[in-house]
Design a binder for this molecule. Structure first.
Ligand code: MLT
Ligand code: MN
Ligand code: ZN
Length: 304
């Protein structure tokens, strides 16, 4: 399978429009060695023609424009996007649906909880009824497998995560199974597996098992420390208040990834603009190199 990183940044992207932190200012002024990043989303295909999108970011228009394999190929209106799966109902992961409104009905796979948010607090599904309409397909939260019409060689296994629903959601402080999911994407013909989980609040036993079983991990790279936003003076929220676990420190992502077989490719995605790993010359980035952990970037393609 081919995994295309459409966007590798967290909400706000990098640089964020109103942010003057060392990273955002440093990137704008050319003072740091770093790449700009759009908001996170990936696309997967096994034939380079039919693509399954994971999340739709507000940056989707430009993400698609620089990705020829997904462009219209036949007739007056066409797309390589066959279906969309939503990992949660965050604004930065779903707003792209509005940008896709000029097309045919969209086949959107998400949990009942995400569907609730997207028909109430952020009623995209309702709004789009008067444009392209959404064909909603419910997906499991217990790790069971399913396939998607038009995506022949992939089987997906989706499980609930301990993370956070968006600030606008009635579930923000009242978690429900399926507010956030992780997914194992298996290519049926080869047995190769990707584990994708851009919003990991904690490593529960079923998450660790999924990680141990995968050939490649594309996981939460949002924050280096729990108090990163506070430390940078960029906000008052802690990583864990937002449903993200930090990379550094005891029980952090680096320690978790160290416990996984070294043959597994380990890649971070959904990097917040305050994260020091965005600076490719930083000591934090060197630490990741020493642990064989990659940092994804927009346009990265992983072949499994
Ligand atoms: C998240 O996934 O936690 C978001 O990036 C937060 C946001 O909406 O900016
Ligand atoms: Mn996000
Ligand atoms: Zn910033």
């Amino acid at each position: 399978m081919k995994i295309r990183v459409l966007g590798s940044g967290a909400g706000g992207g990098f640089p964020q429009w109103n942010c003057n932190c060392d990273n955002c200012r440093g990137l704008r002024n050319g003072e740091i060695n770093a790449k700009p990043r759009s908001q996170s989303s990936i696309a997967i295909s096994t034939d380079d023609k039919n693509w399954l999108l994971f999340n739709t970011s507000p940056d989707i228009r430009s993400q698609l424009e620089v990705f020829p394999e997904i462009h219209p190929k036949k007739g007056i209106r066409d797309t390589g996007i066959k279906a969309i799966i939503l990992m949660d109902s965050q604004i930065d992961h779903t707003t792209g649906l509005l940008i896709l409104r000029e097309g045919e009905p969209l086949d959107v796979y998400c949990t009942e909880m995400v569907k609730q948010d997207l028909t109430t607090g952020f009623p995209l599904f309702k709004m789009l009824e008067d444009y392209c309409t959404i064909n909603h397909h419910n997906i499991p939260v217990d790790g069971s497998g399913f396939t998607i019409d038009g995506i022949d060689d992939l089987r997906l296994y989706t499980h609930a995560l301990s993370s956070k629903a968006p600030p606008y959601s009635p579930h923000r402080h009242d978690p429900h199974e399926g507010d956030n999911i992780g997914v194992i994407v298996e290519q049926i013909s080869t047995g190769k597996k990707l584990y994708y989980s851009p919003g990991l609040g904690e490593i529960e036993p079923h998450v660790l098992r999924a990680m141990q079983d995968a050939d490649c991990l594309l996981v939460d790279g949002t924050f280096w420390t729990d108090d990163e936003m506070i430390r940078r003076g960029a906000g008052i929220k802690r990583a864990k208040d937002m449903g993200h676990m930090a990379q550094s420190g005891p029980g952090g992502m680096i320690e978790t990834l160290d416990s996984i077989d070294p043959g597994t490719r380990k890649v971070l995605i959904h990097i917040n603009n305050t994260n020091p790993i965005l600076n490719e010359d930083s000591p934090e980035r060197k630490t990741l190199d020493e642990h064989d952990i990659e940092v994804s970037y927009d346009g990265l393609e992983i072949i499994l």
